[in-house]
Ligand binder design. Sequence first.
Ligand SMILES: [Mg+2]
Length: 371
Amino acid sequence: MLSRAATASLSVSAVSANPSKPSFFFSNTSKFLGLNHNLSFSAPNRLSNFPCLSWNTKKTANKSRMASFTTRASAQPLKNADELIDSVETFIFDCDGVIWKGDKLIDGVPETLELLRSKGKRLVFVTNNSTKSRKQYGKKFETLGLNVNEEEIFASSFAAAAYLKSINFPKDKKIYVIGEDGIIKEVELAGFQYFGGPEDGEKKIELKPGFRMEHDENVGAVVVGFDRYFNYYKVQYATLCIRENPGCLFIATNRDAVTHLTDVQEWAGGGSMVGAISGSTQREPLVVGKPSTFMMDYLATKFGITKSQICMVGDRLDTDILFGQNGGCKTLLVLSGVTTLSMLQNPKNTIQPDFYTNKISDFLSLRAATV
Ligand SMILES: [Mg+2]
């Protein structure tokens, strides 16, 4: 049974001029690195765990998500792989559509990764898919025969936990999770109190006259990711937490419109779950996955990388390529996933990577061609 611990434990420094209003933490009016979010921390120095993050809400306020992107010239086909490889020290790869498709490895990936490692490049793998934890992704790489260290994998489930750590989310507060095992595992590993997730997948609401759903007033954050077991119970529970618990955060792992649960069609993505909660709360989430630059800033800090020395490789324009561009990196679109050449070259498309190519193993053939 859910506890109803008093919110009085939220005793972070009082800054509100109005004593009747809770002074702790967050409002829904600011922006996160150009993206909508609901954070307006009353103690900004608590964010300083991430020295490279520029949490300047004034600078980013009122900008739309696209506003931070400067339209570039049309993408060029990649002709000289060596030139690109030599110009950066780190490659960040999206996974689905780049490394694998569903559970099938894309041709030539092992050899390509090996080539890049042999040239001393740092490899990082970033995915918006929050259904698995870092550890679980590590197993997937291993199953596919790829030699990838857990420390090189950054899923949006990990990003959600890393973000909460970065703001010193109070350990006596709880997190309500809408999402699958990946988020649960990561927030648990980070030492936070949580509930929800798969456990609430079977719960139903019986609407009888006078019925009122109780909720835990000690929930200080709702994390929403892709959830195959999304239901009305979860919507209502999250809505109550966000609307009624003073300062409760609304964090989204991503807002992807669609995802590829099977290889034959597109399926409603994490954006559909986030959209439902956004609709009922009239709040915009803080997005920690791509194209938000949170993970890019985190990676740059962790590995001490200069962002101009990174090449972001992905198959989606509105997440991967925008993520790279928002972070000030070089960008390479691969056509092995969701984006076709005609989509890239459609006059309505405003997101142009620096380069495009069919698949990452073109690095091998394009090298050979230039030798
Ligand atoms: Mg992808």
